[in-house]
Design a protein around this ligand. Structure first.
Ligand code: NOJ
Length: 552
């Protein structure tokens, strides 16, 4: 299948996120790799995707699952080579699938050449000025320069001696100490990222996902200001582009320059911001003069409840329309608890505590969770905008809750005083087959332990079952291609607060029952597809979505 010639292909695309190390291992080292992805292009094609987004595959010591990058313009030898990448890209394009790569501009890894040079260099040197080094406080500089918090450690500062530095300075990192933050006030850093974007765009990469897109620019004016805790969206908004660490006005100049680069390509390269800011602030990142789209994470925080979903949908479509962008929808990614699990728990359950208890602190309704997750997916697929699917979501996978403590990899757990077990439970290598070594992931085990039940959710088993999550997804995604309509939608009254019904301008209707009893939709039109069996014609069971064709 040829690539679409439509320059606006991204506005209502289906993008499938691949977490490369956990997708498919081709060489039996327990780690997924590039050739593994290439070997599964038929599978990706069977999902009717517009694009795949690859989480980082760059050389990395994997302190943060690859978001600690040693070299932005290479492939981790554990995952393959640039030649393997080029082969994968050509074959994806032949299959009509575009590719996004992940750009991590806020921080490199401590093994990046520049950081090694910085640690070896003198205070005040050009090499140190690519990162954020400062003298400490206290009589002998023994205290961190500021109170800034980090996401993965109590402080955003680590003394250079921990990385072998011989001077008495500290460096800044908003994530793990092995992820030093770049100094984005340094033009050399800006230029190096332009080079990286060009490097991948020249190779044929179609789009970029920008990691922590709201964090690179910081207020580094002296004396450094205080910011004792990570600010809420509201607090960031109140600072109006002048927060010490996040969502600063200067960022938008960076993205405007990136846009000028993207627009030099035919078709223009596209981008999506991962910016953890309010819906109002997101708009700027997604404007046509900047990145074009930003992740809309609001549904990740919503319960499987009609009112929650409706509020988020209205707000997101309103702001996308206002700035000429199209919004994105996702229920999952590599940082989130699997939606089947989230929805299978009572909304009142504290998910972090539940995860920490290895799933023992509250009952999980597994079947309901899967139904709700698939119903939610069919709902977001029908909305105007792009749908993001995280690998394994199409299998209805649950979170893996029993990873032994000594095998946990996530720095969120390891560095964060072990108060949050972290994200490994959604990053366990995919089950491809019912039996065999690591359920078909690779010939020599998997880098995170797979549970016994994974075989039941394997691609092999689910492909053979017409009612499996995979079969429902496949049919939904194939239909979506034929049903796609202008970027608009209309709500319809359902008379039931637990049921949402909207239609697209071409008569594609989507009805979702979030309640616990049946909903009768007789008369809405001809049924095209449903996320689960319909009890009897016209009755929509709980946690089910139906697509219906009508003249309205
Ligand atoms: C966001 C990524 O999605 C997450 O996995 C990572 O830990 C942080 N950014 C830091 O890069």
């Amino acid at each position: 299948m040829a690539l679409s010639l439509d320059k606006n292909w991204w506005r209502q695309a289906v993008v499938y996120q691949i977490y490369p190390r956990s997708f498919k291992d081709s060489n039996g080292d327990g780690l997924g790799d590039i050739k593994g992805i290439t070997s599964k292009i038929d599978y990706l094609s069977s999902l009717n995707l517009d694009a795949v987004w690859l989480s980082p595959f760059y050389p990395s010591a994997l302190v943060d699952g690859g978001y600690d990058v040693d070299d932005y313009r290479d492939v981790d030898p554990k995952l393959g080579s640039l030649a393997d990448f080029d082969e994968m890209l050509a074959k994806l394009h032949d299959a009509g699938i575009r590719i996004f790569v992940d750009i991590v501009p806020n921080h490199s890894s401590n093994l990046h050449l520049w950081f090694k040079e910085a640690i070896a260099a003198e205070p005040g040197s050009a090499a140190r000025n690519r990162y954020i080094f400062r003298d400490g406080k206290g009589a002998n500089g023994e205290l961190p320069p500021t109170d800034w918090p980090s996401h993965f450690a109590p402080s955003a500062w680590t003394h250079e001696s921990k990385m072998g530095g011989k001077h008495n300075q500290w460096y800044c990192h908003l994530f793990a100490p092995e992820q030093p933050d770049f100094n984005w006030d340094n033009r050399e850093v800006e230029e190096d990222f332009l080079r990286t974007l060009k490097f991948w765009a020249d190779r044929g990469v179609d789009g970029f996902r920008i990691d922590v897109a709201h964090a690179m620019k910081k207020d580094l004016s002296e004396p450094l200001k205080s910011l004792p805790k990570l600010p809420t969206h509201k607090e960031i908004d109140l600072d109006r582009g002048k927060n010490v660490l996040f969502d600063r006005n200067e960022l938008h100049e960076v993205y405007k320059e990136w846009r000028r680069l993207f627009d030099r390509y035919d078709p223009p390269r596209v981008a999506v911001a991962e910016a953890n800011v309010s819906a109002e602030a997101l708009v700027k990142y997604a404007s046509p003069e900047e990145l074009g789209q930003s992740f809309n994470f609001e549904l990740l925080n919503a319960d499987f409840e009609a009112a929650d979903f409706k509020k988020v949908i209205d707000r997101s479509l309103f702001s996308a329309k206002k700035n000429g962008s199209s919004t994105t929808w996702c229920l999952n990614n590599h940082d989130q608890m699997r939606p089947a699990t989230k929805y299978g728990l009572d909304p009142a359950v504290d998910k972090v505590k539940w995860r920490n208890s290895n799933g023992s602190s509250a009952p999980l309704d597994e079947a309901y969770g899967i139904s709700a997750a698939i119903a939610g997916s069919m709902l977001i697929m029908a909305l105007p905008g792009s749908t993001y699917i995280y690998q394994g979501e199409e299998l209805g996978l649950h979170e893996v809750t029993d990873i032994p403590e000594n095998q946990i990899q996530d720095p969120q757990y390891l560095r964060n005083l072990k108060i949050d077990k972290g994200r490994d439970g959604c990053r366990v290598p995919l089950p491809w087959t019912n039996t065999g070594s690591s359920f078909g992931f690779g010939s020599a085990g998997a880098h995170l332990p797979q549970p016994k039940w994974f075989g039941d959710n394997s691609v092999e088993i689910e492909s053979a079952d017409p009612n499996s999550p995979l079969s429902i997804f496949r049919k939904a995604l194939a239909l979506r291609k034929t049903l796609i309509a202008p970027e608009d939608m209309t709500w319809h009254e359902t008379g039931d607060a637990n049921v949402l019904h909207f239609s697209r301008p071409n008569g594609w209707n989507c009805i979702t029952n979030f309640g616990r009893s049946q909903y009768n939709f007789d008369g809405a039109g001809e049924v095209i597809h449903s996320s689960g069996p319909l009890a009897k014609s016209g009755d929509l069971p709980p946690a089910t979505t139906v697509w219906v064709r009508s003249s309205r």
